[in-house]
Design a protein around this ligand. Structure first.
Ligand SMILES: NC(=O)c1ccc[n+]([C@@H]2O[C@H](COP(=O)([O-])OP(=O)(O)OC[C@H]3O[C@@H](n4cnc5c(N)ncnc54)[C@H](OP(=O)(O)O)[C@@H]3O)[C@@H](O)[C@H]2O)c1
Length: 252
């Protein structure tokens, strides 16, 4: 537990399910007030809010497609009205239609890059003016698809590469304001998005067998690392990605 997180205001994008849900609940356990961002899954987002409230915490769901600038403007207006300021942003949401990169249309490129990469910059541009007392955290979630080829990952790979570059750029530009920017590079987990990649069953089975830790990643593994990166113990970690994959990436 990190006592300094008690009472902090956190926005978690794509928090209705998967990693985002685990991150939202974990930060709520630390005593953070949580904005549960979602795009379509209203009922799931509400169930995250209900779970946090049942623990005695504070949470509110706000709908916004993070790839749309006007939707982000509206969400931040609501955040300003409800909370006044913001301390932590977890850029977790990502969107991409699985398939071959070679077949990607310009439209698919644009929406994927907007939701999965540009959104980090857009969130930071709106969140930083709401951060106060020389303290803030911005945390992105990436995969090894930013550096390696994952068959069927399509445009999400290039989007993750851009997301990682934006993370480093923001880390450099915001460090002087006490805003610590880092990322988590997550290994494969069994979530709706990973299940949408062609051949997911086989890939998940293969990963289970070839992960030294003996299992694939779960939401709490990522949430624990996000909590650490949010804490003051991460004050001097700047523009880095912590790999959370049970050792999968050290294997040949
Ligand atoms: N699962 C893995 O194996 C894995 C591995 C490495 C990294 N990651 C990364 O971890 C993050 C979370 O992935 P996940 O596996 O937990 O996915 P998931 O279970 O499919 O959840 C994704 C969430 O993102 C939301 N979302 C998608 N597009 C959005 C948009 N444009 N605006 C706002 N919210 C949006 C979805 O909300 P709606 O349902 O409301 O649209 C959903 O709640 C992603 O960045 C992903 O790339 C995942």
């Amino acid at each position: 537990m990190y006592p300094e997180l008690n009472g902090k205001h956190a926005l978690v994008t794509g928090a209705a399910r998967g990693f985002g849900r685990s991150i939202a609940v974990r930060l709520a356990k630390e005593g953070c007030k949580i904005i549960v961002n979602y795009r379509r899954s209203m009922a799931d987002a509400q169930s995250v809010v209900d779970e946090i409230k049942s623990m005695g915490g504070w949470a509110m769901a706000i709908r916004a497609d993070v790839g749309k600038e006007d939707a982000l403007d509206k969400m931040f207006e609501e955040i300003k009205t409800e909370l006044g300021y913001l301390d932590i942003v977890v850029a977790n949401a990502a969107f991409g239609v699985p398939g071959n990169l070679f077949s990607a249309t310009p439209h698919y490129w644009d929406v994927t890059l907007a939701a999965s990469a540009r959104s980090l910059l857009s969130l930071a541009q709106r969140a930083v003016p709401l951060m106060k007392n020389n303290w803030g955290r911005i945390i992105s979630i990436t995969s090894d698809g930013g550096q390696k080829v994952i068959p069927g990952y399509g445009v999400v790979g290039p989007a993750k590469a851009a997301l990682e570059s934006i993370t480093r750029g923001l880390a450099y530009e915001l460090a002087g304001k006490g805003i610590v920017v880092n990322g988590v590079l997550a290994g494969l987990a069994d979530t709706k998005s990973s299940r949408s990649i062609p051949g997911a069953d086989k890939v998940i089975e293969h990963a289970k067998f070839h992960t030294p830790a003996g299992r694939i990643v779960e939401g709490d593994d990522i949430a624990n690392t996000v909590a650490f990166l949010s804490s003051n113990e991460a004050n001097m970690i700047c523009g880095q990605f912590i790999v959370v994959d049970g050792g999968r990436s050290i294997m040949g």
